[in-house]
Design a protein around this ligand. Sequence first.
Ligand code: ADP
Length: 259
Amino acid sequence: MAVYSAPVIDKHGGWLGIVVVMHDISELIRLERVRKDFVANVSHELRTPVTSIRGFSETLMDGAIHDQEAAMQFLEIIHGESGRLEMLIEDLLDLSKIEKEGYSLRLQTVNVQDIIERSIRSVSGRLKNREMTIRSECPPDLCVKGDPERLVQVLVNLLTNAVSYSKPGTPIGVTATVSEGMASIAVTDQGIGIPAEELPRLFERFYRVDRARSRDSGGTGLGLSIVKHLVELHGGTISVKSEPGKGSTFTVNIPLSDN
Ligand code: ADP
């Protein structure tokens, strides 16, 4: 709370009272904290792979380059970590693009079944070594008002998480239905699940339930915040139900198209 005060004097110099103005700046303070946390998180996320790349390249220069087996192993790590950096930078640029005022979606009538099929095709490479299948169910004529590329991005992010946080061999499902003027698209897995106390913070930037596991799965920690932002730009909502050890369902609601 910022407080300003000033005396009120009449034209003869007599004391009339005092004016006190109280300005609630808690929202400003909160925004400043969010900004600082974000910068600290970005710095940390960038530093981790850079430190690793620097360390392994120095080890190579110090002589490990002459041990072919070790050299190959270190180069693979350098390659993997630079890939992480690339993904992180791409996600950061994308997030700043869609969060900018004036960013607009390319809205058109989009067939939901097409979007689901494109998204499943896009993640199919990840399924091969994990003996996983994705089953989908969608009325063939279900259409929403949306940006097709961005809707595919939403589903690909949710499906990628479903794959990453499930054991090999477990099924994943995508089901679309109509509910209250919206297309409701649910992505369900039978994976590790998320404890109830973590759910409220799940869509925050860089929030992860298990940092080590998320890093192993190659995630940037930005996927769900991008998803939430894109869904809201569509005038839609996202919700999650989850039970540790049983699995999770992320449900996206997008307004139906008018025609
Ligand atoms: P990440 O890149 O780390 O996957 P996300 O923003 O996509 O980042 O997700 C944030 C966190 O939410 C993840 O680190 C993970 O802990 C949790 N999470 C997301 N989806 C699932 C899921 N389907 N099952 C279990 N945990 C999940």
